[in-house]
Design a protein around this ligand. Structure first.
Ligand code: FES
Length: 101
């Protein structure tokens, strides 16, 4: 199911937006004008990963420092060993949409 989560101008370059879809906590990032959406729950110990610091496409979980790639949710460093969910973003007109189950 594809849903609209924001207008393009609501999340400017370098910004992020946290939101929920049902029970899922998600976060949208604008990195260099491209949008990426990940699940906001760390695969290490359920930390609020989207509240962490970003550097390029990397985000660091604020709880124990695991790093993930915003582009696909893959894990980049310990203590996490698994990636986090990533949701394909598609721009439709001026709206940001994602595909969720
Ligand atoms: S909960 Fe994210 S690194 Fe531990």
């Amino acid at each position: 199911m594809r849903i609209t989560i924001a207008k393009k101008d609501e999340v400017t370059e370098g910004e992020k937006m946290m939101f929920a879809v049902g029970e899922k906590r998600l976060a949208l990032f604008n990195v260099g004008g491209e949008f990426y959406c990940i699940g906001d729950i760390c695969s290490h110990d359920d930390g609020p990963v989207a509240e962490g610091e970003c550097e390029g496409y990397e985000i660091e979980c604020p709880r124990h420092g695991a790093k993930f790639d915003l582009r696909d949710g893959s894990v980049l460093s310990f203590p996490a060993i698994r990636g986090i969910p990533s949701y394909p973003v598609e721009i439709v007109g001026d709206e940001i949409t994602i595909e969720v189950e």
